[in-house]
Design a protein around this ligand. Sequence first.
Ligand code: E4P
Length: 217
Amino acid sequence: MKFFIDTANLEQIKEAQDLGILDGVTTNPSLMAKEGISGKEAILNHYKTICEIADGDISAEVLSTTYEEMIKEGEELAAIHPNIVVKIPMIKDGIKALKYFSNKGIKTNCTLIFSAGQALLAAKAGANYVSPFLGRLDDISVDGMNLIEEIRIIFDNYMFDTEILAASIRSPMHIINCAKIGADVITSPLDSILNLLNHPLTDKGLAQFVADAKKLG
Ligand code: E4P
């Protein structure tokens, strides 16, 4: 399973990259705004910097919602770096844009997926990734993990190449359950990834080993 970090924060991206487990980055307009990025040039420069820090696919989301504008914006984003994946919202014009980019060999990630039908449509249109939002479904008392399972079955039935990129991850348990179900990728805030490290018995065991190591000189 691939690990992407879901942030536009350069320090966190660098920390995850330095850990040696990072396969890519996802961003969205809210995450970019959180970093105080504003204006076209600043946005393009920020993505360029992310591509210089992290290896792997870097999802850059279009801000527009019409077909023509998404194409123009997506082409500008794709021109920044070969690792850029154009992130397109799950709307009717978005499906057309996914098909356009697929025909041009530009990688895409279809975002805001909340149903298996949406994932199927995006895969049919040639999306490289679909991003089902687990946490936001859980927030409204709908089992987000169930959606990942449904998409896995559908994509396996028809051998779609589209990868399931589980998004809106809120906890290490989300990551573990995605791995059990067979999501291809998780995109997560850094803290949920780092929380995978923790176990009280590891801390206790290490304290004992360190104490005993001193006795060994
Ligand atoms: C995915 O690509 C989105 O950027 C992200 O995972 C959304 O997460 P949130 O629901 O925590 O905002």
